[in-house]
Design a protein around this ligand. Structure first.
Ligand code: GLN
Length: 306
């Protein structure tokens, strides 16, 4: 069945009692200030139709959801082996900001969706683009069909002030020869991508190309090929939710990507994209009520890739 606004509203009502059981990201003050009771959901069909409920038009920090955008951009600029010789395709089973495997695996991150992997991808973008932040913003505005999307400068600069761990990850990779540029400018770009401020509706629109064989909403040309779109979905299904990827596949059964801002995007290939937002996180850094909402929605509409 097709989700209706009533169905989305009733799912939000069902998961609302979970608010209070998770923890809003507090590693930077700008995220800790977000009110925990925000809850929104949006579905975007491949024909552009939007169905939404709750705080679905309110902008929030997309954080690691941006890792899908940077990989997409890198896929448009590089040959596959230029990317995959520098970053792996395997689930990490560790926290998103873990460094444990990096040391053991000669500075090659497990996958592009943990911080280490996204930093390598940001390094790739830095090497090939003269103004990576500008290009990213241009791309996102195009994909979301929204020219008003901006970087939240307060979030980006707050991240920069608390960047020791991400800087350590980048320097460790540089020591292994897997980082081409100076660390700080690449970090600055990475934090800006994370600080993109977008709503559930923006995000559901943005990622529709992954439900539509690489073709963005309203576009005549694919941004990535059908094969690359399939590959991205495979990576999202196995690595998109860090050490919670197995649990998410089990409960929701869709390729997905989370961010510590509390957003999660999920893809139903051939049909629709979904975005939920609830700022409180589970211990893996994935939205607690957001995951529950996706689980209920998947069940009610009878969709799963498995
Ligand atoms: N900006 C965050 C970081 O680099 C993103 C992490 C996330 O959303 N999981 O730590």
């Amino acid at each position: 069945m097709k989700p209706t606004e009533e169905l989305l509203a009733s799912i939000l009502d069902e998961v609302r009692p979970l608010i209070g059981q998770g923890k809003v990201a507090d590693y930077i003050p700008a995220l800790a200030e977000v009110s925990a009771d925000k809850l929104g959901i949006a579905v975007c069909y491949n024909d552009g139709e939007i169905i939404q409920s709750g705080d679905s038009n309110e902008g929030f920090s997309i954080q690691s959801i941006s890792k899908v955008l940077s990989l997409t951009l890198a896929m448009t600029l590089y040959e596959p082996e230029e990317i995959w010789s520098r970053v792996g395709k395997e689930p990490s089973g560790h926290a998103f900001n873990s460094m444990i495997q990096l040391e053991m695996e000669s500075g090659i991150p497990r996958n592009p969706f943990i911080n280490a992997g996204a930093l390598v991808v940001s390094d790739l973008l830095h090497s090939r683009l003269s103004a990576p932040q500008y290009r990213m913003l241009e791309l996102v505005r195009e994909l979301a069909c929204n020219p008003h999307i901006v970087y939240d400068k307060a979030v980006a600069s707050s991240e920069m002030q608390h960047s020791d761990r991400n800087a350590s990850i980048a320097y460790l990779m540089r020591s292994f020869g897997n980082f081409e540029n100076e660390v700080m400018p690449v970090l600055t770009n990475y934090f800006s991508y994370c600080a993109l401020k977008m709503s559930c509706v923006d995000l559901a629109r943005t990622f529709n190309y992954l439900a539509n064989k690489g073709l963005p909403l309203g576009a005549k040309k694919t941004i990535i090929s059908q094969t690359q779109s399939k590959q991205m979905n495979a990576l999202l299904a196995t690595c998109g939710l860090y050490d919670g990827a197995g649990e998410f596949a089990y409960r929701v059964g869709m390729p997905g990507k989370s961010g510590v801002g509390g957003g999660i995007i999920a893809i139903v290939p051939g049909e629709m994209t979904i975005c939920v937002w609830s700022p409180e996180l589970d211990p893996s850094g994935n939205s607690l009520a957001g995951t529950a909402a996706l689980e209920l929605l998947a069940e009610r509409i009878g969709r799963s890739i498995f």
